[in-house]
Design a protein around this ligand. Structure first.
Ligand code: GLO
Ligand code: MG
Length: 349
């Protein structure tokens, strides 16, 4: 087994330890306090925590700048106490009544302004917790029916908003997390190609990158490892949300590798080929415990996703690269297929 080239540091967000509510039923597990979630992160060998702005400052819209600063400082202190760092902050732009029909692409100028101001506050909180990364999952930037918005304008409205944020903080790096649908019928920045592309429209493309979530690629009918490769070729893959997904269903956020191990293997493979993490990129897991899971074992999805990643990394670093090269040269892809299946099944080839 070769030594990995990548430098892997793991993270998750507080929403990844949840109470199990779904659109059809109420919570089934007791809530866990933030301090306990940080302890879980530490115990499971995670190094970073991802945040929404209101994970750091609950009920953010009702609070003053002083109160926001006070609460953010408290979270920063808790993180420091555990030896954890904040990977990113993301504005939760899909919850408030102002964002019912989108944030930056809302048809109302006043409501677009709300989304922009809220994001500036999220950037300030990002600084307060010691991060320079802002993640934008563009949840409601899109349409329920196409005729309700003009697509071209939506793209330019998002570009204009990005320019405001780049100007608001000369150090902020913006990571766009695309998803093709859910909650909207049709998202305007739906794939990694769109995310990378819009970065080049901004005033400072060097500070706009992206985050690939495995489930979101699968929902778009694409292979997450191909999406990652595309972003890596642009040096724009600045974080990932690894998880798994039973093809085109609702966004399942299953444990990494739980549905399709080979697809997970190929994600690790492309990250390792790039020596991912050498520029400080994180390996985030955006995973949910199954609703059937009891409270006492409600964090196994986080332990398991990380363990699966490391097991697959062992597989990647033990690829017989000489044999691989020979089979590729001979164009014997049937044999190459068999070789990788044997490797994944732990069978002698
Ligand atoms: C939902 C997204 C969401 C984001 C999170 C961080 O489908 O994956 O969980 O990753 O809000 O921006
Ligand atoms: Mg995500």
């Amino acid at each position: 087994m070769a030594k990995p080239k990548g430098q892997y540091r793991f993270s998750f967000g507080p929403w990844n330890i949840d109470e199990g509510a779904d659109p059809f039923g109420p919570p089934v597990r007791e809530p866990i306090a933030m301090a306990k979630k940080f302890k879980v992160a530490k115990e499971l060998g995670y190094h970073g925590v991802q945040f929404h702005d209101d994970d750091v400052v609950p009920d953010i819209d009702t609070k003053s700048a002083t109160q926001i600063a006070k609460e953010a400082a408290k979270i920063k202190k808790m993180l420091d106490g555990e030896g954890l760092v904040a990977e990113f902050v993301a504005p939760r732009l899909w919850f408030a009544p102002e964002t019912i029909d989108g944030g930056y692409t809302n048809n109302s100028a006043k409501l677009r302004e709300y989304a922009i101001e809220r994001t500036k506050t999220a950037i300030d909180i990002m600084n307060m917790v010691g991060s320079t990364s802002l993640v934008l999952w563009l949840a409601r930037e899109g349409t329920y029916i196409r005729e309700s918005k003009v697509g071209r304008k939506q793209v330019l409205q998002i570009r204009d908003a990005l320019n405001v944020f780049l100007g608001h903080d000369p150090k902020v790096r913006i990571l766009i997390e695309p998803k093709p649908n859910e909650p909207v019928d049709s998202a305007i920045i739906s794939t990694i190609g769109h995310a990378v592309g819009i970065g080049y429209l901004t005033s400072d493309p060097a500070r706009v990158g992206c985050l690939v979530e495995s489930a979101h690629s699968i929902l778009a009918g694409l292979d997450p490892s191909d999406d990652m490769s595309y972003a890596l070729a642009h040096d724009k893959l600045w974080s990932v949300h690894l998880n798994d997904q039973g093809n085109m269903k609702f966004d399942q956020d299953k444990s990494f590798g739980s549905y399709n191990l080979r697809r997970a293997f190929n994600q690790v493979r492309v990250l390792e080929e790039y020596a991912y993490g050498r520029n400080g990129e994180w390996v985030g897991f955006d995973v949910k415990a199954m609703r059937t899971q009891k409270l006492a074992v409600g964090t196994k999805h986080l332990a398991n996703s990380k363990a699966t990643f490391l097991n697959l990394l062992d597989k990647v670093t033990s690829i017989d690269t000489k044999l691989e090269a020979e089979l590729i040269k001979a164009r014997d892809y049937e044999e190459l297929d068999r070789y990788f299946l044997c490797l994944l099944m732990g069978k002698k080839y």
